[in-house]
Design a protein around this ligand. Structure first.
Ligand SMILES: [Zn+2]
Length: 151
C-alpha cells in the first residue's frame, strides 16, 4: 500500500492506494502514529485489494490513531466496502462519509462506480442513477450488506 499525506490547518488527509495486505499494519500504523491533527480523513478510493491478514493489520493499525482522532473515511472503494460489510470493525470508531457504489447500464453494457456522500443516501433505498452515455436508468450492483453501515 502506498500512502500520500497532506496536512492543511487542522486536518490531515491520507490517500491510501493499493492492497490492504500483510504489510498494511506497519505502513498504515506508521502513518497514523504520526498524525498531529485531531481531524483525519482517509481517502480509500484507490484501495483495490484486501486479504484477511490485511484486515487484521488494518484493525491493529487503526488503534494507533492518537487519542481523540476519529477518522472520516472518504471515497471508500467497492472492495473496501464489500470487506467492511463482512468485518464491520474495520470502520469502528470512525465515520464513513462517502462511498463508491457499483452501477451497471444494461443498455450499453457498462459498469461504473458512482460516488455518493452518505448524508445524501436514504436508508433502505438505493440511489437512482442515469447512464451518462445513453441516458438509460442504471441498476445498482452493490452486494448484499454493502449499505449495512447505515443501519
Ligand atoms: Zn448506458
Amino acid at each position: 500500500m502506498k500512502i500520500r499525506s497532506n496536512t492543511e490547518g487542522t486536518m490531515t488527509t491520507l490517500w491510501l492506494a493499493g492492497p490492504i495486505d500483510e504489510h498494511t499494519e506497519q505502513t498504515l500504523g506508521e502513518a497514523l502514529k504520526g498524525i498531529k491533527t485531531l481531524a483525519l480523513t482517509l481517502d480509500l478510493a484507490e484501495v483495490d485489494y484486501i486479504n484477511s491478514p490485511g484486515v487484521r493489520g488494518w484493525i491493529l493499525a487503526m488503534r494507533l490513531c492518537p487519542p481523540g482522532v476519529k477518522p472520516r473515511f472518504e471515497r471508500c472503494s467497492i472492495v473496501f466496502m464489500d470487506y467492511r460489510s463482512l468485518v464491520p470493525r474495520m470502520t469502528q470508531g470512525g465515520e464513513i462519509a462517502s462511498v463508491l457504489v457499483p452501477y451497471r447500464c444494461d443498455a450499453c453494457n457498462k459498469d461504473e462506480s458512482l460516488l455518493f456522500a452518505v448524508k445524501d443516501l436514504k436508508k433502505d433505498q438505493t440511489p437512482s442513477a442515469v447512464c451518462k452515455k445513453c441516458g438509460a436508468a442504471m441498476a445498482c450492483d452493490a452486494s448484499d450488506g454493502f449499505f449495512d453501515f447505515m443501519a
